[in-house]
Design a protein around this ligand. Structure first.
Ligand code: HEM
Ligand SMILES: [Cu+2]
Length: 584
């Protein structure tokens, strides 16, 4: 490699793993770290799913399952929400896709700081363990809602206000520390370690989505971080950042002068960008999959990049749309309604561009493609109800009803999960050299997709009748029509079926690792660089040869006059015959 120009950072790679421990456990290789994130996130995600079954059993068949008492119900709601949003979606979309895709798609040998990258995973694992530990301490995990609003969360009477809330806050703090170490890696790697020819405007949209989401996260998580520390001090050290003078059970509490609303601002200053932290990488992943499986160039690539940037920027000026009913100044609400509705424009641009990419494409309805199209559906439906909730006057009656639950499950819950599945089916052959079973994949898709609508469409109606969310039992509420009760039973049955379909997925995943069909180097015939690397990619990704050199954008599919219907990014533009390999 003597003649090779080290200006392209060929030397950035962690130590070669020597033993089993450094290869699989304390590993600094981005690919292994990505898998570690994936396995951990899928495991806690399964816990989150089981918790949702508990809630559904109570809602569908109230009082018939004695192990779900009111306290446990609130703990399940809270832990389900927190686990899904933070420990599954954020960890998987950034931790797994970020780690696996950034270096491979950009032609780097590893992340910029492999050691810090390893620490990032260990901090994440620790945060998960602390979270799970809270299920076993006296009083159990916190049941104050995933929004953790004080004063409720830390005052006696709320489930888990003893140790539960303390461990929850500590776990979040650890998560943020871990994420920050990973995030600095992603940003530095994107900015510094791209291979020769990989200009920013030649980066795959998956990398763009992850990159911008990481910047959002680095700016948003600190608000939650300080919020958690201040709440911890209020709980443990008797400070009063968020707790006003308050009388509880006839006793004056030892707090004075704090502002509960301040916590809400801190929480949502993080919380709203958080939904984009989750959805931007999902959008990127979907863009790759749609282009590859429809054999079409992404329509309007520069607009796709621009809309990612605009959505990212806007996400910091809309947070108080979660607080219209909190008693803040109504003029403030007006401002936030305007900014919120503007987000619809770049979002719609993206949806149009995906549809135009599909338009007259040579669409292969593979499992990843089905999930990608599922994403377009649920994101669109969920986005539409967001327009209702973004309006102050409409939000007043709908806020804290099941309409909101239906909205956010569609737009960020299910959409993001479905994008994760799409990505797993798509990149599984890259990681293992084998394909996942298509028949099982398709059953998994249809049950999940149809089930999602069966679960969450009726919830819109339930919300419109005024049924509040986070209620253990609403059977004695006069205004609730009988139809709601039968729908609740229906939703519960479907939720259990959808859950069972995830077991099928787990089976497919594990089975295919060992017995899946061999995929070859590039089973989907994709043009991006990760498929140029050997499969499975060795430590350092590109072997002894220099990393590939990039000559074109990532979406040269079905180029007229070409023999093949795709051209890898590293094929030189001038001599089309001299294809493949290590570039120059
Ligand atoms: C089929 C799968 C799922 C089912 C059946 C389900 C069910 C539920 C139920 C019944 C609630 C309680 C609603 C309430 O009383 O307010 C809830 C809350 C919630 N879910 Fe899910 N859920 C599922 C998947 C997800 C996913 C993938 C996410 C990821 C974003 C998610 C995020 C949340 C959040 C953030 C809450 C609010 C928690 C809170 O109010 O503190 N859920 N879910
Ligand atoms: Cu929001």
């Amino acid at each position: 490699m003597a003649h090779y120009n080290p200006g392209y950072h060929d030397h950035y790679v962690g130590p070669e793993p020597k033993s089993w421990w450094t290869r699989y456990v304390f590993c600094q290789d981005h690919k292994v770290i990505g898998i570690q994130y994936a396995l951990t996130a899928l495991f806690v995600g399964a816990v989150g799913m089981v918790l949702s079954w508990g809630m559904r059993l109570q809602l569908g068949f109230p009082g018939q399952f004695s192990f779900i008492d009111p306290s446990r119900y609130y703990q399940a709601v809270t832990q389900h929400g927190m686990i899904m949003v933070i420990y599954l979606l954020t960890a998987f979309l950034l931790g797994t896709f970020g780690n696996l895709l950034i270096p491979l798609m950009l032609g780097a040998r590893d992340m910029a700081f492999p050691f810090v990258n390893m620490l990032s995973y260990w901090a994440y694992l620790l945060s998960v363990l602390v979270l799970l530990a809270s299920f076993f301490v006296p009083g159990g995990p916190t049941g104050g809602g995933w929004t953790l609003y004080p004063p409720q969360t830390i005052l006696k009477g709320t489930p888990g206000s003893d140790l539960g809330i303390v461990l929850m806050l500590v776990s979040l703090i650890l998560f943020i520390i871990g994420f920050t170490m990973g995030g600095l890696n992603y940003v530095t790697t994107v900015l510094q370690l791209r291979t020769k020819g990989m200009t920013l405007m030649r980066m795959p949209l998956a990398v763009w989505g992850i990159f911008v989401a990481t910047i959002l996260a680095l700016l948003a998580f600190p608000a939650l971080f300080v919020g958690c520390i201040m709440l911890l001090l209020d709980r443990l050290a008797g400070s009063s950042f968020f707790i006003p003078t308050i009388v509880q059970f006839g006793q004056l509490q030892p707090h004075e002068g704090g502002s509960p609303l301040l916590f809400q601002h801190l929480f949502w200053y993080f919380g709203h960008p958080e939904v984009y932290i989750v959805i931007l990488p999902a959008m990127g992943v979907i863009s790759e999959i749609i282009a590859v499986h429809a054999r079409k160039p992404i329509f309007g690539y520069p607009m796709m990049v621009l809309s990612i940037l605009v959505i990212g920027a806007l996400s910091f000026v809309v947070w108080a749309h979660h607080m219209y009913t909190s008693g803040m100044n109504p003029y403030f609400g007006f401002l936030f309604a305007v900014t919120t509705l503007i987000v619809a424009i770049p979002s719609a641009v993206k949806v149009f561009n995906w549809v135009l990419t599909l338009w007259r494409g040579n669409i292969h309805l593979t499992t990843p493609m089905l999930f990608a199209i599922g994403f377009l559906n649920t994101f669109l439906i969920g986005g539409l109800t967001g327009l209702f909730l973004g309006n102050v006057v409409l939000d007043f009656p709908l806020q804290d009803t099941y309409f909101v639950v239906a909205h956010f499950h569609m737009v960020m819950g299910v959409a993001a999960i479905v994008a994760i599945f799409a990505g797993i089916y798509h990149w599984f052959p890259k990681v293992t050299g084998r394909l996942m079973n298509e028949t099982l994949g398709k059953i998994h898709f249809w049950v999940t997709f149809v089930g999602t609508y069966a679960i969450f469409l009726p919830m819109h109606y339930i919300g419109l009748t005024g049924v509040p969310r986070r209620y253990y039992d609403f059977n004695n509420l006069q205004f609730v029509p009988e139809s709601v009760h039968s729908l609740e039973r229906f939703i519960t049955v479907v939720a259990l079926i959808v859950g069972a379909a995830q077991l099928l997925f787990a089976y497919n995943l594990v089975h295919s690792i060992f017995w899946g069909k061999h995929s070859g180097q590039n089973p989907w015939r994709a043009a991006t660089l990760e498929w140029v690397a050997p499969t499975p990619a060795p430590h350092g990704n590109w072997g002894p040869v220099p990393p590939p050199v990039v000559y074109r954008w990532p979406y040269d599919y079905s180029v007229p006059g070409e023999a093949e219907d795709f051209i890898p990014q590293n094929r030189p533009t001038l001599q089309p015959q001299a294809a493949g390999g290590g570039g120059e």
